[in-house]
Design a protein around this ligand. Structure first.
Ligand code: HEC
Ligand code: HEC
Length: 438
């Protein structure tokens, strides 16, 4: 196993140390301003919401079977119940927000917003990842605070900035009043609705969202005309000069045409300079119980500690502002990008990597460095990512690519060509020193 991060070290607490001041600077207001004030109407299940066929080209059949846990087998009735719940606002405290509000099948099971909007127009701190292929994740959430889809599903229901129920029992009580659900739970699980079964049904539906059948899959299956020359060059760059495979592949030694993720966490320099992470890390160290999943969930979605990423879960210094490597399938239709939705286009993402962003960040992953990619090479890597769009999203993907290209024509906020072609600078030493507040 490669080691990409510095080994974790415990945080030293020095009384009276002078260097780093803790906790007192006001944190930045929530991420970029969004014009919308409410979560909008609940997206309904359409053809894109239907369980997917396993006959798509590229589906990893063994991994798909392995993703189903022994205590939550797939049955048609359970999947149907999960689908109904996924689109049902009655799971939320005021009836206005469903899972589909933030995971809309028409938007690649994301929401197209920088950060999500829950009940009463409450903005969270994080960008909604897609549910497509989430069954293959070894960790759920950007910081991996849940491992299974079952454990993940019950958290947004109780998060004050998302579906806002005071606790899981309140959601169960709301659903349990409805005769249709009473009958469905009885039929599927042989008992009245309860929190664990609610999570099981939702997870079961999510496991049907297997999304392959992209032009790249046809290419890998032998159709050499399925993707254009630019995308082919992009795939080579991805595994070579652009260094993407160091994280977006299961191993660095073998090309991975399936998942495009390593199930690990890295600090790649997103947004770090905007935040006083040392002060925040010290605050989390002192005030957050990482063993309390509800507390971590609220910190991640609703507090300024959100920027600490995996550190919220592990309290390891090496995990400061480290986030999970996301898979890249259907990435074209799930803009904006990164855990905070801070980048609008794949050109911004490429400019970010090209300059080896985050040079002043002591916790930056060692695999991040200036890449020296030309404009043509950037376009090629983007063409490759565009070839990862699954068949049902083909038209949406083409529209998104045209829109992003148009934005990028006049706005390349992350571009720094001089730095992209300059050598890597020495990073500051990663030491976290917390002074107890007086
Ligand atoms: C208000 C918006 C909102 C609602 C409602 C919502 N989610 Fe999410 N979802 C998010 C955001 C934002 C994240 C990422 C949060 C994080 O990583 O801290 C997320 C993460 C996830 C993930 C993890 C995916 C990954 O790649 O890590 C899954 C799965 C998921 N949600 C499913 C659901 C289900 C099931 C429901 C309904 C019970 C739901 N969500 C309700 C916004 C929402
Ligand atoms: C050191 C590990 C690492 C390397 C190298 C790397 N990535 Fe990433 N990638 C990540 C992590 C971690 C994230 C999430 C970071 C965040 O949101 O803060 C990410 C996010 C992304 C996203 C945003 C996806 C989304 O849904 O928001 C895209 C696109 C992406 N990477 C493409 C690439 C490409 C293309 C390359 C090569 C030029 C590359 N990555 C190199 C680890 C890496």
């Amino acid at each position: 196993m490669r080691s990409r991060r510095r080994t974790g070290c415990a945080i030293a607490l020095f009384v009276g140390a002078t260097l780093l001041i803790v906790g007192c600077r006001p944190a930045r207001a929530p991420t970029s301003p969004q014009a919308e004030t409410g979560p909008g109407p609940i997206p309904q299940a359409g053809p894109l919401a239907a369980p997917k066929s396993l006959a798509q080209v590229g589906v990893p059949l063994a991994a798909t079977a392995a993703a189903v846990p022994a205590d939550n087998r797939q049955t048609p009735d359970k999947i149907a119940l999960g689908e109904k719940l996924f689109f049902d606002g009655r799971l939320s405290q005021d009836g206005t927000v469903a899972c589909s509000t933030c995971h809309d099948p028409a938007k690649g099971f994301a929401d197209g917003r920088p950060v999500s909007i829950g009940i009463k127009g409450r903005h969270g701190q994080r960008n909604a990842p897609t549910v497509l292929n989430a069954l293959y994740n070894q960790f759920q959430f950007w910081d991996g605070r849940a491992t299974t889809l079952e454990d993940q599903a019950v958290l947004p229901i109780q998060n004050p900035s998302e579906m806002g129920q005071p606790d899981l029992n309140a959601a169960v009580a709301a659903i349990g009043k409805i005769p249709e659900y009473q009958q469905a739970f009885q039929k599927v699980f042989g008992r009245p609705p309860n929190g664990a079964d609610l999570g099981r049904a939702l997870a079961s539906y999510e496991r049907t969202q297997v999304s392959f059948a992209a032009p790249f899959d046809s290419f890998m299956a032998g159709d050499k005309t399925a993707i254009n020359d630019s995308a082919k060059r992009g795939w080579s760059l991805f595994n070579g000069k652009a260094r993407c495979n160091l994280c977006h592949a299961l191993t660095a030694t073998k090309q991975d045409p399936t998942f495009f993720m390593d199930h690990q966490f890295h600090n790649i320099g997103v947004g770090i300079v905007r935040h006083n992470v040392v002060a925040l890390a010290c605050k989390a160290q002192a005030s957050l119980n990482s063993g309390n999943t509800i507390a971590v969930d609220q910190a991640a979605i609703s507090s300024d500690l959100s920027v600490l990423g995996r550190f919220l879960v592990s309290k390891q210094q090496a995990d400061i502002a480290a986030f999970k490597t996301p898979g890249l399938r259907n990435v074209l239709v799930t803009a904006p990008y990164f855990h905070d939705g801070s980048m609008n286009t794949l050109w911004d993402v490429m400019d970010h990597y090209n300059k080896g962003a985050g040079l002043a960040d002591p916790w930056l992953d060692q695999d991040i460095q200036p890449l020296g990619l030309s404009e043509t090479e950037i376009d090629d890597v983007i063409a490759f990512m565009a070839s990862l769009t699954s068949a049902p999203y083909r038209a949406a993907g083409e529209a998104a690519l045209a829109r992003q290209r148009e934005i990028a024509r006049t706005s390349r906020t992350q571009r720094n060509t001089a730095r992209a072609f300059a050598p890597k600078v020495t990073q500051p030493n990663p030491t976290l020193v917390c002074v107890p507040a007086h």
